[in-house]
Ligand binder design. Structure first.
Ligand SMILES: CCCCCCCCCCCCCCC/C=C/C(=O)SCCNC(=O)CCNC(=O)[C@H](O)C(C)(C)COP(=O)(O)OP(=O)(O)OC[C@H]1O[C@@H](n2cnc3c(N)ncnc32)[C@H](O)[C@@H]1OP(=O)(O)O
Ligand SMILES: Cc1cc2nc3c(=O)[nH]c(=O)nc-3n(C[C@H](O)[C@H](O)[C@H](O)COP(=O)(O)OP(=O)(O)OC[C@H]3O[C@@H](n4cnc5c(N)ncnc54)[C@H](O)[C@@H]3O)c2cc1C
Length: 670
């Protein structure tokens, strides 16, 4: 036991940089670090937030436990008079998915984004004080990605000045909204607005669905839970629900009227803001999900890295600090490094691009307030594309981390199966990842077609202004070290991205209609979108390194991580880089040489680099990822806690095992 604890301490002593300074870089600022650190400790030390083994709880126990914790969170927020920032850290570190995620993450933002000032004044205080609990009811049984295809209707009745909300078919039943099944009292419902016999498409409506007195559904409302989901703990603590309306009436002023409104006379009036603002809550959440992706991936990487330093298999006998013969740490196998270190680098890359995206979003909101809608298309493309790229990579990465831990990774007590089950739906919710990449490609094709009209591309597409150069330039790498030059890397990624996009744009002209072309070429368009999004991540990582980064050795570590992130992408997408002529086979081979050498450089720092995430053992929830590396005794201890070990002889022995054994013994004696 002591030996293992010493082992991680030895790993930490090898770090070539200041972990404390890196913690601040990871958190984003000294202030963010201090607040999150304080709240993380507060949560970890409060028995009310203890994490039971969610995997062994029944659905009802799990759900009730999430309700208890959500209520306790609210109590502590009020008792401690926490600020909004502190409260969201508290919810984050409690780490139990519950209705509050949708209430704060979607219901409140939908009101803020789509309601008029007057409507906000009425509804936000109720939501902010939790006098009502809300959900976001957009998806239907028959329609998820295609929002324009939603069937629920909101028909204006001029006589009573009300909308009648109705589910005309089974497929129009709302299906999936979180917190809807058993908790929410209100919902932002997306429905087709019909007035004067005309269908004006999908709009948002605020609908009360349960009584605030006895919690029963209101007349005309049928509501319930959609059933168990993948994974034993994970999303099963949330009541994703179904909802059907039978001519439910709401006052006219519960239509969210920022984008358009219906007058007392039933006239549909558009405002001067683009109708896409109705989708504003999705843009907001997609931006948050990019930050979630870096957190989920970094959790998994932290577990797999610490465990890989503890775990020993095979190898020439080494001597430990006490001169005792020991096997090789699995982290020293080059295969383990080539699977693990790019994930560590990705966690940092996603953190920085998430930070930038948050800035982009804040900037968008400021512009929208000043009636400047010019950056909306780019913000949509960036949030959609980066949500897709980072969640797909993080979900795959978490799964890889569990395999990197061998058999023990498959145990619930490793924390990895639940983390995977809880995170993998991020590839689907808030927009299926492929559907979102197709949105990015649509934006890219539009930008390319506008190049011919002389319109200057801006923001993340600014590189397209250099199309002529990027189409024909040759990569200048001659030796492996040349790959450490950021401008060389950037140009290779820009060349690959633009060449894929231009090829798509050219191929699209070969089809009878753009629609047909988009449909036939969609796999290529998705690849072009991925290349563009990877370029954004690469360029934001490189930009980060150009900032003033303080702390002993911190910048050098980030440079190594950035190199690993970029070179590993080249390695993984070699087909693209070679087929577009962005690099040559010889340069590809030099990139692989450089990548190997970066792994060696990073090796002695990896434990400190995951320590910099500053995750408490409580938050990690993993025996394998414990800070002290005391894995084996704790695994043994956890095994004893399994309900099957409550009794020596299992329940069922007398009914099923004993008679079987007896019968077989008797048969043998005959
Ligand atoms: C235990 C441990 C836990 C650890 C894990 C941690 C995880 C924690 C997180 C937990 C929280 C979980 C919360 C989950 C909650 C989930 C909620 C939801 O899923 S809500 C439902 C979301 N639904 C979607 O995302 C649907 C996707 N579909 C669409 O967005 C649209 O239908 C579409 C964009 C695909 C198409 O729209 P449509 O109007 O038909 O499209 P066009 O392509 O014709 O576009 C027209 C025009 O508009 C532009 N556009 C589209 N969308 C937007 C937008 N959002 N903002 C701005 N502009 C937009 C588009 O580009 C077009 O522009 P144009 O100039 O004409 O080309
Ligand atoms: C855990 C979880 C929580 C959720 N929470 C909420 C919530 O709170 N509120 C809410 O309203 N919704 C919620 N959703 C629903 C979610 O937003 C939808 O599942 C999502 O938008 C995808 O839609 P879909 O399920 O209909 O998939 P589909 O659109 O049916 O996708 C199925 C397949 O078809 C492909 N596909 C679809 N369209 C195209 C296309 N045009 N081109 C190429 N391929 C295509 C997709 O790539 C996918 O492979 C949640 C979902 C999950 C899993």
């Amino acid at each position: 036991m002591e030996r293992i604890m010493d082992h991680l301490a030895h790993e930490r002593s090898k770090a070539q940089f200041s972990v404390e300074e890196m913690k601040i870089i990871w958190a984003g600022s000294l202030h963010a670090f201090q607040v999150s650190d304080r709240i993380a400790r507060l949560v970890a030390s409060d028995p009310g937030f203890r994490k039971d083994n969610r995997a062994v709880l029944s659905r009802k126990e799990l759900f009730k436990s999430a309700l208890r914790k959500a209520a306790y969170v609210w109590k502590r927020i009020n008792e401690l008079a926490l600020s909004e920032e502190e409260a969201s850290w508290l919810r984050f570190y409690v780490d139990e998915l519950a209705y509050a995620y949708i209430h704060w993450g979607m219901f409140v933002p939908a009101i803020k984004g789509s309601a008029t000032e007057e409507q906000q004044q009425k509804w936000l205080p109720l939501a902010n004080n939790m006098q009502i609990i809300g959900t976001y009811a957009q998806t239907e049984l028959g329609h998820g990605s295609n929002v324009r295809g939603l069937e629920t209707t909101a028909t204006f009745d001029q006589e009573t000045d009300e909308f009648i909300i109705h589910s005309p078919t089974l497929t129009s039943s709302k299906w999936w909204p979180g917190g809807l099944g058993k908790v929410a009292t209100h919902a932002v419902v997306y429905a087709r607005l019909i007035t004067d016999g005309q269908d004006y498409g999908v709009h948002g409506f605020l609908v009360q669905i349960r009584s605030l007195d006895d919690h029963f559904p209101l007349p005309g409302v049928t509501v319930g839970d959609i059933g168990m989901k993948f994974g034993s703990g994970a999303f099963n603590s949330i009541d994703n629900g179904f909802l059907r309306f039978n001519h439910v009436r709401i006052p006219r002023n519960q239509m969210l009227m920022k984008v358009s409104r219906v007058t007392r006379q039933g006239k549909y009036v558009e405002s001067n803001v683009p109708k896409q603002l109705l989708y504003g809550a999705m843009v907001y959440v997609r931006q948050i999900i990019v930050a979630d992706a870096s957190i989920a991936l970094s959790r998994a990487v932290c577990i797999a890295t610490r465990y890989s330093a503890v775990r020993r298999q095979f190898g020439p006998p080494h001597e430990d600090e006490n001169g005792k013969g020991v096997e090789t740490q699995v982290i020293d196998y080059k295969t383990q490094q080539s699977r693990l270190f790019p994930l560590l680098a990705s966690a940092y890359a996603f953190r920085f691009v998430g930070e930038w995206l948050k800035w982009l979003y804040t900037d968008l909101i400021q512009k929208l307030e000043a009636n400047d809608f010019s950056t909306l298309p780019e913000a949509h493309a960036c949030t959609a594309g980066l949500k897709s790229l980072t969640t797909s990579a993080a979900a795959d990465g978490i799964k890889e981390c569990w395999k990197l831990c061998g058999g023990h990774g498959y145990l619930s007590s490793s924390g990895l199966p639940e983390l995977y089950a809880a995170f993998v739906p991020a590839c689907t919710y808030e927009g299926d990842n492929i559907v979102l990449l197709l949105q990015v490609s649509r934006f890219l094709m539009k930008t390319i077609s506008q190049l011919q009209t002389g319109k200057k591309p801006i923001g993340t597409t600014a590189y397209m202004a250099h199309v002529e150069h990027l189409i024909q330039c040759r990569c200048t790498v001659q030796k492996a070290e040349d790959w450490l030059n950021p401008s060389v890397i950037l140009e290779a990624f820009e060349a690959r991205a633009i060449r894929l996009s231009v090829a798509c744009a050219e191929n699209l002209t070969k089809f009878a209609t753009p629609l047909q072309g988009f449909s036939e070429l969609s796999p290529d368009l998705v690849e072009a979108a991925v290349a563009h999004c990877q370029l954004i991540v690469v360029s934001k990582f490189i930009e980060k390194l150009q900032q003033n980064i303080e702390g002993n050795g911190v910048k050098q570590q980030l440079e190594t991580l950035c190199n690993i992130y970029c070179l590993n992408l080249i390695h993984k997408h070699l087909g693209d880089f070679l087929s577009t002529g962005s690099i040559s086979p010889k340069q590809a081979s030099l990139a692989s040489d450089q990548l190997r050498s970066r792994y060696s450089k990073l090796r002695s720092n990896v434990i400190a680099l995951v320590d910099a995430f500053n995750y408490t053992d409580h938050f990690l929830g993993s025996v394998l990822g414990r800070y002290d590396g005391n894995v084996y005794p704790k695994l043994y201890e956890e095994a004893w806690k399994d309900p099957l070990n409550d009794s020596i002889v299992p329940d069922g022995y007398h009914e099923y095992i004993q008679p079987l054994l007896k019968q077989q013994l008797q048969n043998a004696r005959l």
